[in-house]
Write a protein that binds this ligand. Structure first.
Ligand SMILES: [Zn+2]
Ligand SMILES: [Zn+2]
Length: 140
C-alpha cells in the first residue's frame, strides 16, 4: 500500500500534496480546509500539480525563496485559462491569502498564511484508550 494514500478531507488524499521529488509532505490545516470548501463550491475535481516542496525541489522548479510551498501552505491546481477568472473570484471568497492565476499555463497558485483563526482542524478529537491485552500475563 502506498504511503500517504489516505483521505485527509472528503476530496483530498495526503499523497496529492507530497513533494514530487522525495515524497515528503507537510500540509497546513488552513490550506486543506479552504481547498476542500473551494472544491465543494467549484463542483469539480481539483488536480494538485504541486503541493509541499522540499527546498531542493523548490530550487529545481525555480520557486520563490520564501515560497509557501516550502511550508505546506500552498498548492497549484489545474484550472483552464478560460475559467480562471471565475475560479479566482471564488477562491478569493474562500479567503485564500494568495490567489495567482498563471494564464495559459492553465493553473492557479493558492496559498494561506496560516493565521486564520476561524479555521478549525476538520478532525474530531479522538481520545485514545490503552489497549487491554486479551490474555493477562499476570502470574507467569
Ligand atoms: Zn522533495
Ligand atoms: Zn504555487
Amino acid at each position: 500500500m502506498k504511503v500517504n494514500n489516505i483521505f485527509v478531507s472528503p476530496h483530498f488524499r495526503l499523497a496529492e500534496f507530497q513533494c514530487r521529488c522525495c515524497g515528503c509532505v507537510q500540509l497546513h490545516p488552513e490550506l486543506l480546509v479552504k481547498l476542500e470548501k473551494l472544491r465543494d463550491a467549484w463542483g469539480s475535481p481539483l488536480l494538485v500539480t504541486s503541493g509541499f516542496r522540499c527546498s531542493r525541489h523548490n530550487r529545481s522548479v525555480n520557486g520563490a525563496e520564501a515560497s509557501l510551498h516550502l511550508l505546506g501552505q500552498a498548492a497549484d491546481v489545474v484550472v483552464l485559462y478560460d475559467v480562471q477568472r471565475e475560479f479566482t473570484e471564488l477562491a478569493e471568497k474562500m479567503a485564500f491569502d494568495q490567489v495567482i492565476p498563471y494564464g495559459k499555463r492553465n493553473f492557479v497558485h493558492l496559498g494561506v498564511f496560516g493565521r486564520d483563526e476561524r479555521v478549525i482542524l476538520p478532525v474530531r478529537q479522538h481520545k485514545w484508550e490503552m489497549a487491554v491485552p486479551l490474555h493477562g500475563a499476570a502470574g507467569t
